[in-house]
Design a protein around this ligand. Structure first.
Ligand code: 0O2
Length: 221
């Protein structure tokens, strides 16, 4: 990734990128291990999929401008919490808190900030669970705690956020009132859908193996 503004800080920026990339790899590996363990011990997969990204130079510059900070590597590292970002898509809302808890319990991860937009959705209807964490990256001569933003949400929340993001950019943040209202209504439907899916799943889990076998027998009679 190039940030052409930084001619005199190019090396410093390359080092920062190396750290962000390493931090993403570490968190991704941790999540993969947790998910694999879950599959074996609970025959269940709480994570649908994971994506990760390094924030675009334009987006970094925009965020610093918004915070009225000069565009320097030092300011990026200090003030932009989501240069390295991971998005975890779960099946059910309960999985979100389970995953967040498992991340928090990892000894080498420090949780720096939490924003629970599920308990407190944004006024536009955005829901997601955000964690800013730091993870130690071991270099040849030192260890550097590096920040990563982790967003955890359900498939339905992600569907809403992806479309809202596109609409937001299309209207440059000034979507007509009726579109905003309809998006908010869709977010209420998403919340209802997640709740419904969760209760169906709870009911399925309450079926004992014997009950399911009995049900199969009834069908075949
Ligand atoms: P992009 O393109 O994803 O990089 P802080 O981290 O506390 O310094 P910030 O950045 O306001 O402050 O944190 P917050 O509220 O946790 O939001 C960070 C990210 O969450 C955003 O990154 C989006 O990815 C997502 N997000 C937040 N609010 C919304 C929303 O209303 N709609 C959608 N679709 N996504 C949202 P960026 O930098 O905006 O963008």
């Amino acid at each position: 990734m190039d940030l052409p503004i930084f001619y005199n800080e190019a090396e410093e920026w390359s080092k920062a990128l190396l750290l962000y990339d390493a931090a993403l790899k570490e968190i991704n590996t941790k999540l993969e291990i947790l998910n694999n363990e879950f599959k074996i011990t609970h025959q269940y997969n709480p994570i649908e999929h994971i994506t990760s990204r390094i924030k675009s130079p334009q987006s970094i510059a925009k965020k610093l401008r918004h915070n009225e900070k000069e565009l320097t590597v030092e300011n990026i590292v200090k003030y932009v919490n989501d240069v390295a970002g991971i998005r975890i898509i779960c099946s059910f809302t309960s999985d979100i808190y389970r995953i967040a808890d498992l991340i928090t319990k990892q000894n080498d991860i420090k949780v720096l900030k939490i924003k629970d937009y599920i308990t407190c959705p944004k006024p536009n209807g955005y829901t997601s669970y955000h964690m800013i964490v730091s993870v130690p990256v071991f270099l040849s001569d030192r260890t550097i705690d590096t920040k990563v933003e982790i967003q955890i949400r359900t498939i339905a929340m992600d569907f809403w956020a992806s479309l809202e993001h596109k609409i937001y950019y299309k209207f440059e943040g000034n979507a007509p009132e009726h579109i905003r209202k309809e998006l908010k209504e869709c977010s209420d439907i998403v919340a209802y859908l997640d709740q419904k899916m969760l209760s169906i799943n709870e009911e399925i889990k309450s079926y004992s193996k014997d009950r399911i076998e009995g049900y199969h027998e009834e069908l075949t009679q």
